[in-house]
Design a protein around this ligand. Structure first.
Ligand code: MSP
Length: 469
């Protein structure tokens, strides 16, 4: 039987600064999903990468006295760069795309031309407001208190000759798709936000080229214009595996597209659920099956920011706590829809209560007793008792319980399911008291063997189901 395919992506990160634990969370969560799907027998493609064009990168490189490419190479591939970070975090991505890769640049130029030739892109004049950090254009009416509705920073007046994409042409089709596919935007609250705040008020045509800076993919038939960074970035999900605008796609593309899940942060849902599907409609390609906008990881009760000096980096945490503990913390402490909180104190608490008291304690006691009573050999189970039934039921039901949570991206809840069995197993030790049975091996040796077998088996099941995390 052919394996079921599963294609999952992270956002491609801006390599303008060192990535922090919030970015790391997003990649670790995607990694957990990818590993889980591999465990269940799927043929998985897990893609991550970097979004390397745009004015911010150009400015940063200039300030560092480097060319943009030199600046980027160092952040992406240099010591303690992004590739090193993913290695440190045990990220199992199959591919890594950089938007400065040749094949991506060539594909974007073809895509832009195709959209232009089809009449989806036209040349016009942009007059309005511009948010430099977000590289987003806004109309006056979209501003919030005169500032960028995404990041709240001030916008400046802007006027330039530019190419526009006819968003409105596809709005009805997109609305219909969203209505007919309730799983497309998750969690549901984010779907309502997109429909009510963006689709219902009507879509404006989108400015998809820039002339104010040069660090981007040039529009090949109109030098001086570079492709808008979000058109360049979103398209990474198809260019990396051989999407060809002329229809001669790679086998890889035919096999894996459409993506099963784009896992992204809540701040970039609009780009992924409005612009991206519309670009795909214009290209005549199928839409991704699901876009999941995860909440944010906060420090204290607020955002991490360099200016507040509260940015936490994954490598510092790993040095203190070890990679598995850090992965466990971010995956377990991030709720499905509300923001999660991170602090050194909270990590210590979690390690002590969950990893040491529940998991460590069970494994340690089980292994130590197996060594002591059976020389480290797994004994045969020959003396079941009614007392075992509940433990057995929880254990046998665990794979399905975890699957149900993972299939709806409730990663923290999936971990809770495993911990419920670990806790139940600790309770089983208290109920069966193996040390008391061991006092009379002639009378109780068979039963002790069965108890140890059950404990080893639940530990094994939990161990396997914890590997993705
Ligand atoms: N380059 C774009 C994405 C293009 S995808 C085609 C971008 N990059 S980013 O580096 O700014 O952000 C990448 C991801 O990190 C986003 O999904 C964002 O939500 C996430 N996070 C940034 N800070 C975060 C937290 N504090 N917590 C969780 N995720 C956070 O946007």
């Amino acid at each position: 039987m052919e394996k079921q395919k599963f294609y999952i992506t992270t956002p491609i990160y801006y390599p303008s600064d060192k990535l922090h634990i919030g970015h790391t969370y997003c990649t670790v969560a995607t990694d957990a999903m990818a590993r889980y799907k591999r465990l269940t027998g799927c043929d998985v493609l897990f893609l991550t990468g970097t979004d390397e064009h745009g004015q911010k990168i150009e400015d940063k490189a200039k300030a560092a006295g480097k060319t943009p490419k030199e600046f980027l190479d160092n952040i992406v591939e240099g010591p303690q760069g992004i590739l090193d970070l993913w290695k440190l975090m045990n990220i199992s991505n199959d591919r890594f795309i950089r938007t400065t890769d040749d094949y991506h640049v060539a594909a974007i130029q073809k895509i832009f031309r195709k959209m232009y030739d089809n009449g989806d892109i036209y040349k016009g004049k942009y007059v309005g407001k511009y948010c430099k950090p977000c590289e987003s254009f806004w109309t006056e009416s979209q501003l919030k208190d005169g500032c960028c509705p995404d990041c709240g920073r001030p916008c400046v007046d802007a006027e330039e000759e530019a190419y526009f994409f006819r968003m409105s042409k596809y709005a009805d089709r997109l609305m219909k798709h969203i209505e007919e596919h309730p799983e497309f935007i998750q969690p549901e609250s984010r779907k309502n936000e997109m429909v009510n705040n963006f689709l219902k008020p009507g879509l404006q045509d989108l400015c998809v080229s820039r002339t104010s800076f040069s660090w981007g993919i040039p529009v090949d038939f109109d030098p001086g214009h570079v492709v808008y960074v979000w058109l360049d970035a979103l398209t990474n999900y198809i260019t990396f595996c051989g999407y060809d605008p002329d229809g001669n796609h790679d086998e890889h593309y035919k096999k894996f597209w459409p993506a099963d899940v784009h896992l992204i942060g809540k701040d970039i849902i609009r780009f992924h659920t409005i612009y991206w599907p519309i670009f795909l409609m214009a290209l005549g390609e199928p839409l991704p099956k699901q876009v999941f906008g995860h909440p944010w990881l906060l420090v204290g009760d607020g955002k991490m920011s360099k200016s507040l000096g509260n940015v936490i980096y994954a490598d510092d945490l790993v040095r203190l706590f070890g990679v598995d503990a850090v992965r466990y913390y971010v995956l377990h402490e991030m709720p499905f829809a509300n923001d999660g909180v991170l602090s050194y104190e909270l990590i210590c608490e979690r390690i002590n209560s969950d990893l040491a008291n529940v998991l460590g304690n069970l494994v340690n006691r089980t292994i130590a007793m197996t060594k002591k009573y059976f020389g480290g050999i797994v004994p045969a189970p020959t003396a079941p008792e009614a007392l075992d039934d509940e433990l057995k039921a929880v254990a046998l039901g665990l794979p399905a319980a975890v699957e149900k949570k993972m299939d709806t991206l409730h990663v923290a809840d999936a971990i809770d399911e495993v911990f419920a069995l670990l806790r139940r197993s600790n309770k089983y030790i208290d109920e069966t008291m193996p040390w008391a049975l061991a006092k009379d091996m002639d009378a109780n040796g068979g039963r002790l063997a069965h108890v140890m077998y059950n404990l080893l088996e639940t530990t094994r099941i939990c161990g396997v189901l914890l590997t993705p995390f």
